[in-house]
Design a protein. Structure first.
Length: 389
């Protein structure tokens, strides 16, 4: 059987390395045809030497000579700000795993869609920002095939769970996203005033990058997922529950009162493999759940402690400009926090200010309009930081 060719964007990050784990364990089911990273030339070259993709991309152009020296073979190399987009549209690949962090995944998503690729989407920010200019069918479901054959298959464990559980939209009452609660789930609102970046980066369940780990602690990650779920599946009613065990990845509540849930061990490789094999299921090396040693608990979200959630619902109600502003301002605020320039509790204040100042009269016609909103929100975030200090 011929291997399915895969392009892995963000190959040196958490999603990228786990995707390569899945490819490595697939017994030839998948081939890494293209890999792309930002600037970690040592990890990228080691991955390339192992998987021998025909195309290698790197954002940092200055690293290309070093990359060539470290490679044991001579693939085609692309570099610079367009490297990920070029890899996303690479004609030799069937499926693109978008594991790029933050808004940087936006243009590669658009390139992959316009090239008719199947996108295994782990970059929620690109969905939140691009949804208004992506083609939709009558149901508003972005996971249905596009007219050119392109398709989005979600990789985030929560969205993958909903995708696996979803039946006809007419029978759905609501979607239920679960959240681990992050590093500060047992702290009071008052105690959050004094937490540090080191505290925030200690996640109780998942091993992720710095930005997404902070987002998990603030629940801005879950706020982005609320919008992503609404835009992916065309369902407006989204619930969020704290679920400490991270075993129930998400649920779908139907009109007759029944609920479907997707459960598995908390390991992203399961969702990645499902996206790559869809609509089939293949054997996985991941352990099976032991239900005799698996208590499941659920709690309501304290929206005063986690203002990211009500801000996300506000952005979702507007639906076009505010989701972009929410994402951009949060990216800036998280970086301010990691640099020690603001408190953890200031992150939401900065995002709220940027959303308040956003121009919601803008009519999006192409990617440049979205980029302008993103830029303006980052500028407003910087002003909010000055006001706080």
């Amino acid at each position: 059987m011929k291997s399915k060719s895969i392009s892995v964007l963000g190959s040196t990050g958490s999603i990228g390395t786990q995707t390569l784990d899945v490819i490595r364990e697939s017994n030839g089911l998948f081939r890494a045809e293209c890999i792309c990273a930002g600037k970690d030339v040592f990890t990228l070259s080691a991955q390339a030497n192992e998987f021998r993709p025909s195309l290698v991309g790197i954002y940092d152009e200055s690293k290309v000579p070093e990359l060539r020296e470290l490679l044991s073979y001579t693939p085609e190399i692309v570099s610079g700000k367009d490297a990920a987009s070029l890899c996303a549209e690479y004609p030799m690949s069937h499926t693109v795993v978008n594991g790029v962090c933050g808004i940087s995944g936006f243009l590669p998503l658009m390139s992959a869609i316009m090239s008719g690729k199947t996108v295994a989407a782990a970059n929620k920010e690109s969905i939140v920002c691009a949804h208004s200019i992506l083609e939709k069918n009558d149901s508003g479901n972005l996971t249905e095939p596009f007219s050119n054959g392109a398709r989005i298959i979600p990789v985030d464990s929560e969205q993958s769970a909903i995708f696996q559980c979803l039946e006809e939209k007419c029978n759905v009452k609501s979607l239920i996203l679960t959240a681990s609660g992050g590093a500060f789930r047992d702290l009071s609102r008052r105690e959050l005033e004094n937490v540090t970046a080191a505290d925030a980066l200690s996640h109780p369940t998942w091993n992720m990058g710095r930005k997404i780990t902070v987002d998990s602690a603030s629940l801005f990650n879950k706020g982005l997922e609320v919008m992503e779920a609404a835009f992916l599946f065309g369902v407006d009613e989204i619930e969020v529950l704290i679920h400490r065990q991270s075993v129930v990845h998400s649920m779908v509540r139907f009109k007759d009162g029944s609920v479907k849930a997707q459960l598995s061990v908390p390991d992203m490789r399961g969702a990645i493999q499902y996206a790559l094999t869809y609509p089939k299921r293949e054997r996985s090396p991941l352990p099976h759940l032991n239900f005799t040693d698996c208590p499941l608990t659920f709690e309501q979200v304290d929206c005063e402690k986690y203002p990211a959630i009500p801000l996300a619902y506000e952005a979702l109600r507007e639906g076009r400009v505010l989701p972009v502003a929410y994402n951009a301002a949060n990216e800036e605020a998280v970086e301010f926090f990691l640099q020690g320039r603001c408190k953890f509790t200031d992150i939401a204040k900065i995002v709220a200010y940027a959303m308040e100042k956003a121009d919601t009269t803008v009519k999006y016609s192409d990617v440049h309009d979205i980029i302008e909103t993103d830029t303006a929100a980052r500028r407003h975030a910087a002003i909010a930081l000055q006001n706080i200090n």
